[in-house]
Write a protein of this length. Structure first.
Length: 79
C-alpha cells in the first residue's frame, strides 16, 4: 500500500495518492479541489461574510461529487 500523508496538506496529498493509484479518477480530484479551496478560504477568512451565491454551486454539486467518488471506490472494491 502507501503511507497515509500527514502535515498541512494531507488531504490534498491523500487525494493525489488515490489518483496515482487509480483509486479515484482525475475528474473527481479536480472537482474536489473546489471544495478544498472553499475549506481553505473558510478556515482562513472566517471573519468575512459568506456569500450564498458563491457557495450555491458547491452545495448543489456536492451530491454528484459524492456519487462519483463512491463509484470510483466501488470499481476498486473499496466501498
Amino acid at each position: 500500500m502507501f503511507e497515509i500523508p500527514t502535515g498541512t496538506f494531507w488531504h490534498r496529498d491523500l487525494l493525489l495518492l488515490a489518483v496515482n493509484a487509480k483509486i479515484i479518477s482525475p475528474a473527481v480530484l479536480e472537482r474536489a479541489k473546489e471544495y478544498m479551496a472553499f475549506r481553505h478560504f473558510f478556515t482562513h477568512a472566517y471573519a468575512l461574510t459568506l456569500k450564498p451565491e458563491r457557495m450555491r454551486p458547491l452545495v448543489e454539486s456536492a451530491p454528484d461529487l459524492i456519487d462519483e467518488f463512491k463509484n470510483d471506490l466501488k470499481e476498486h472494491g473499496i466501498a
